[in-house]
Design a protein around this ligand. Structure first.
Ligand code: PNS
Length: 167
């Protein structure tokens, strides 16, 4: 029996600099539960140094990977996350949680977002075990030193990372 979606829209936010297979796992799982998924790509993340890829390229990398999900759209944003979610009528923010180390940061973000928008629920999906070690920053570090990043990010992303970062 096909699983029924709960209806409604959720936002899967992030810097996605760049998208990894871990992010794509969370997005595809959200797409099975919600009627519409908006992948929100932060244009200029506040707590991070300059991104390797500009927002347009980060959005493009994701769009190429979600063509099989008609209910997933990818959009850049440069406002508060809750304002972006409201603008798209989202009732939930969906994020992935890997290890305990993610918890503290996400707990803080959760409290901030909840204070501003108690009507928008944050929902956390546990990372699949094969992705629980995977992060954009880890992939960038490997790429910088010529490590093998195939199987961690889409091929075109891997090629672009190598172009941008390999020393
Ligand atoms: O860890 P990431 O991928 O850089 O997370 C980005 C995001 C937007 C999900 C996170 O910073 C967050 O939850 N922010 C909430 C506060 C907010 O709206 N900040 C403005 C956009 S950076």
């Amino acid at each position: 029996m096909a699983a029924e979606k709960n209806g409604g829209t959720c936002v899967c936010p992030g810097s996605y600099d760049p998208i990894t297979f871990g992010h794509l796992d969370i997005i595809s799982r959200a797409a099975r539960v919600f009627e519409n998924v908006i992948v929100g790509v932060v244009n200029l993340p506040v707590r991070k140094q300059k991104t390797v890829f500009d927002a347009e390229e980060r959005v493009g990398f994701i769009q190429e990977q979600v063509t099989e999900y008609p209910n997933v759209q990818v959009k850049p944003f440069d406002t508060l996350l809750v304002d972006f979610a409201r603008e798209h009528g989202a009732k939930a923010i969906v994020k992935g949680l890997r290890a305990i180390s993610d918890f503290e940061y996400e707990f803080e973000m959760n409290q901030l977002n909840r204070k501003m928008a108690p009507d928008i629920e944050s929902i956390y999906l546990m990372a699949a075990p094969q992705f629980s070690f995977l992060s954009s920053s880890g992939v960038k570090e490997l790429a910088m030193f010529g490590g093998d990043i195939s199987g961690l990010v889409p091929d075109r992303v891997a090629a672009r990372l190598q172009e941008e970062l390999q020393r």
